[in-house]
Design a protein around this ligand. Structure first.
Ligand code: FAD
Length: 414
């Protein structure tokens, strides 16, 4: 039994309601666990603190990995293979679409240097056995007629997917609720073992910006046999986690734009387009509903201000890539904080009860005393959400996750 006054009313507490926490909560509940998800609860993409709502939703395993990140690439490839089946189950459970698209990514070049860089990326894709088709300028514009005539060539990565991350998170929430997950508003400031009680982890709810206004039912401590910390970049602020793990996570700001087609204008793009414009990477991700996401900056900052300079650069580069972008309606500019890590890889594993400095992979000891971390998904959290949920449910059940996760244990930071 936990400390006096405490109440163990759930098997698992998940801290954080972005794609990582919500996907894990849904899957754990489906396996018959009682699950409580704690999150401050502001769902507004502009004012809320959720990278999951700001993201572009590209599921491109190669284009988001850089040369040398071989372990991360293997994980991303595993993730993109898993995503469609997970998504199909999700759409069925939630009874709504997530806007998954399968037309691939077209990366285009504007000069010979860009083209040479694309060639190297194509060779790399081929070496991994991935499909990547070199296209000349005419072929690129045949696929995407609204691209600027200045395109010199490109590469089509047919295996890349994209998803409408907002619809995806909405579906995860519906599915989680339907599976019995209890949503509680609150901000967790620390996680610790209940003294003298092996089977309890205490989560103190520190309250969000205005907890009572949200009718917080979590202002008391919450207890559970197992806790999953999935608080994105906010994981670094949760006391009770090993310092080395907290220090490994930092916010990396990204600003994006959302544009909409006016009535009567056909979609100007049918697939994700990536380009380098004057040395800056840009992507344009079309949605089924006529939205076009343009992103993104990558800044070593922890604020979520939208800046005039970023909006200017993103619009100018998007219009350079596809001049018809200037006809679109400006709908939104937002900024999110990617949960970055010092080696760009996620942190998924069990933190053992033998002391805060000890991390286990695969887990040892009884899972009922488990503290699991699933954070630091940096640029790939939407892509990795399905396989992270698989890994977390394995860890909660005292089973090792897929081997591909081995390099991403918290142990590597200890
Ligand atoms: C501009 C941009 C573009 C991106 N594009 C892509 C892309 O195309 N593809 C892709 O795969 N990924 C992309 N990403 C990355 C992706 O968005 C993240 O990796 C992913 O959203 C991380 O999910 P998460 O659930 O860990 O974090 P978040 O979505 O940030 O959610 C964390 C949650 O935890 C809550 N929380 C924080 N602290 C506490 C606390 N103490 N107590 C309780 N709750 C707490 C927060 O309120 C939040 O709801 C992009 C990110 C950005 C910013």
């Amino acid at each position: 039994m936990p400390a006096k006054g405490a109440q163990v009313d759930t098997d698992v507490i998940v801290v954080g309601g972005g794609v990582i926490g919500t996907a894990a909560a849904w899957r754990a509940a489906r396996l018959g666990r009682t699950v409580t998800l704690i999150d401050p609860g502001d769902r507004d993409p502009v004012t809320g603190d959720q990278a999951s709502l700001v993201a572009a939703g590209m599921l491109g395993p190669v284009s988001e990995s850089v040369f040398g990140e071989r372990d991360l690439l293997n994980l991303n490839l595993h993730a993109v293979r898993r995503f469609p089946a997970f998504n199909a189950e999700l759409e069925q459970a939630a009874g709504q679409s997530t806007g998954l698209r399968t037309e691939g990514t077209l990366s285009v070049a504007y000069d010979s240097d860009d083209l040479a860089a694309l060639d190297r990326l194509t060779d790399f894709r081929h070496s991994l056995g991935l499909k990547a088709e070199r296209l000349n300028a005419r072929e690129c514009r045949k696929l995407e007629p609204f691209l600027t005539p200045g395109v010199t060539g490109g590469v089509l990565a047919a295996g890349d997917l994209s998803v409408d991350n907002r619809r995806y998170l909405a579906a995860l929430r519906v599915a989680a609720r339907a599976a019995g997950v209890r949503f509680v508003r609150g901000s967790v400031d620390s996680v610790d073992r209940v003294p003298g009680h092996a089977a309890g982890i205490r989560v103190r709810a520190g309250g969000g910006p205005n907890p009572t206004a949200h009718g917080v039912e979590s202002h008391r401590d919450q207890y559970a046999g197992q806790v999953v910390i999935a608080a994105g970049h906010g994981t670094s602020r949760i006391n009770g986690l090993p310092d080395q793990v907290r220090r490994a996570i930092r916010p990396v700001k990204g600003q994006v734009l959302r544009l909409r087609h006016p009535k009567g204008l056909p979609p100007i793009l049918t697939r994700t387009v990536r380009a380098v414009v004057q040395g800056r990477d840009i992507y344009l991700v079309p949605r089924e509903n006529g939205e076009l996401v343009v992103g993104a900056t990558q800044e070593e900052r922890g604020d979520r201000n939208v800046t005039a300079g970023a909006v200017h650069d993103l619009l100018r580069d998007a219009i350079t890539a596809a001049p018809a972008v200037s006809e679109l309606i400006f709908a939104e500019a937002s900024a999110g904080l990617r949960p970055g890590t010092s080696d760009n890889g996620p942190i998924v594993g069990v933190i053992s009860e033998n002391g805060s400095a000890e991390c286990e992979f695969p887990p040892t000891g009884h899972p009922r005393n488990g503290l699991v971390i699933a954070a630091g998904h940096f640029r790939n959290g939407i892509l990795l959400s399905a396989v992270t949920a698989d890994a977390v449910t394995a860890l909660l059940g005292d089973r090792p996750p897929d081997e591909v996760w081995k390099p991403f244990s918290p142990r590597r930071f200890m």
